[in-house]
Ligand binder design. Structure first.
Ligand SMILES: Cc1cc2nc3c(=O)[nH]c(=O)nc-3n(C[C@H](O)[C@H](O)[C@H](O)COP(=O)(O)O)c2cc1C
Length: 232
């Protein structure tokens, strides 16, 4: 029994040292755990809807940057729909998504940081388009950490926030992931109109500060923060 405890302590120590040494974070943490056969707990999201009440024209007409939200919680179904709009798979055969991508290489990640989302505890989750799931990256009130790092009030008041990052190592051009983030963000705005959810794209912060505060993967660059909340 004692030997087991010692062995476990040794394993934890080695993993901890290697984690710090090689800057294991975000995606690499997930990949490493999967390689070792460990179960990475992914949360299946509610199926998105493919029909709504609001026409594309109406959504374009009503799209506005919204920085004040009702105190109401969002639901997991609403967050699921927003994530699908940002990067959901629309053609399972090719893996093509709701937003275009340079050479279909898919150069962005979308994260959600719930504060008050019914059915989704606080934390930092990476959206996984392939199976329309969330991979948990961190526990606790990560949205407050985001607010401390990015410093814009709507993040604090919103019941949830998204972060869109660019996959720098995967991109053949240093601009492509920024362009992809723009497409995804516009989808979020338009889907928001149909769900009566307000949002605003924010880039007025130091990307490195946000990345550090949330321990985001080393090969990603933070592009946009988008608070989400019911319109007043
Ligand atoms: C690249 C970019 C960065 C932006 N950064 C911020 C920001 O940091 N904070 C903010 O409140 N709004 C930000 N915005 C939102 C703009 O202020 C907003 O789009 C503009 O005022 C026009 O308003 P509308 O979106 O309602 O049409 C940003 C928009 C873009 C395109």
């Amino acid at each position: 029994m004692k030997r087991h405890v010692l062995l476990l302590a040794l394993v934890l120590f080695v993993v901890g040292v290697f984690g710090i040494r090689f800057g294991l974070n975000g995606q690499s943490r997930i990949a490493l755990a999967q390689e070792k056969g460990a179960k990475v707990e992914n949360m299946k999201l509610p199926e998105p809807k493919y029909d709504g009440e609001v026409s594309v024209e109406r959504a374009l007409l009503e799209r506005r940057s919204i920085r004040e939200y009702k105190e109401d919680s969002l639901t997991l179904t609403e967050v699921s729909q927003i994530l699908w709009a940002a990067q959901g798979i629309t053609d399972p055969k090719t893996g093509h998504r709701t937003a275009p991508s340079a050479m279909a290489t898919y150069l962005i990640n979308v994260y959600v940081l719930p504060g008050k989302v019914i059915g989704l505890p606080m934390g930092l989750y990476q959206y996984q388009p392939t199976h329309h799931e969330l991979a948990k990256m961190a526990d606790g009130d990560m949205k407050s950490k985001l607010f401390e790092a990015a410093g814009q009030q709507p993040i604090k008041n919103a019941p949830a926030a998204l972060i869109i990052t660019g996959l720098t190592a995967k991109s053949k051009s240093p601009n492509w992931f920024y362009l992809e983030a723009g497409h995804a963000a516009q989808n979020v705005y338009l889907q928001g109109v149909s769900l009566n959810i307000g949002t605003v794209v924010m880039a007025g912060f130091k990307p490195e500060d946000v990345k550090k505060a949330l321990n985001l993967p080393a090969d990603e660059t933070v592009i946009y923060v988008m608070p989400l909340g019911k319109k007043k």
